[in-house]
Design a protein around this ligand. Structure first.
Ligand code: C5P
Length: 222
């Protein structure tokens, strides 16, 4: 191993992606966004006309799908069979489909192997829902990054408003709560805090404060 394996789990809207990206940059580690991998599978399924509940179709799709991360154009581009799908996987439609297909065991098993292969060399930060519990239960450092549902809803709403989307704060908070329920309530690899994870609650903390706290914990282990 050439570096640590760091796991960052938590609900949507807790700031995982931004924090993971910044922490990976500071450490010179590879950032593995596992949510983007589930999204890439969902996008490919949609394009191939495969239904979210069609396990045989999903299994076939997975065997011919190669997902990779590239650092071209700045950073963190997501490639599916060589095509840059970074922007295409971020639409509301794909978010919804991703939530459905990420509950399918065939998809989880496929991505589990890919994630373990990408991460086992170390020098990586994996970000997701089940990294510390399922993918790398022996990770060197585990974080569970959360924030209150109101705070996560507020951040999400500010993002959407900046993009010109018309939605109320109350609706956004309700949508965040719904996604929490879906991700925590599913049968396979639900969102759960690993017993040995360091809790980081970002409610009321600035981005820099959260980053500094997490970096200092990692540096102690290096
Ligand atoms: O993190 P992001 O919002 O991109 O994840 C999209 C969806 O993928 C989540 O709502 C969740 O259902 C699923 N996911 C998962 N396991 C992971 C990462 C994401 O089930 N490790």
């Amino acid at each position: 191993k050439t570096g640590l394996i760091i796991a960052i789990d938590g609900p949507s809207g807790a700031g995982k992606s931004t924090i993971t990206k910044a922490l990976a940059d500071r450490l010179g580690y590879l950032h593995i966004d596992t949510g983007a991998m589930f999204r890439a599978v969902a996008l490919s399924a949609q394009r191939a006309g495969i239904d979210g509940g069609d396990d045989a179709g999903l299994a076939r799709l997975c065997t011919s799908l190669e997902i990779a991360f590239a650092r071209t154009n700045g950073c963190c581009r997501v490639l599916a069979n060589g095509e840059d799908v970074t922007d295409a996987i971020r639409t509301p439609e794909i978010s919804l489909l991703t939530s459905a297909i990420s509950a399918r065991k065939v998809v989880r098993d496929f991505l589990l192997e890919v994630q373990r292969r990408m991460g086992r060399q170390g020098g990586v930060i994996l970000e997701g829902r089940d990294i510390g519990t399922v993918v790398f239960p022996d990770a060197d450092v585990k974080f569970f990054l959360s924030a209150s549902v109101e705070e996560r809803g507020r951040r999400r709403w500010l993002e959407l408003a900046a993009r010109g989307e018309r939605i109320t704060l109350e609706e956004t908070i309700a949508a965040v709560a719904r996604r929490d329920e879906q991700d925590s309530g599913r049968e396979h690899a639900p969102l759960r805090r690993a017993g040995d994870a360091v809790d980081v609650d970002s409610t009321g903390l600035s981005f820099e404060e959260v980053l500094a706290r997490m970096e200092s914990i990692v540096r102690e282990k290096e």
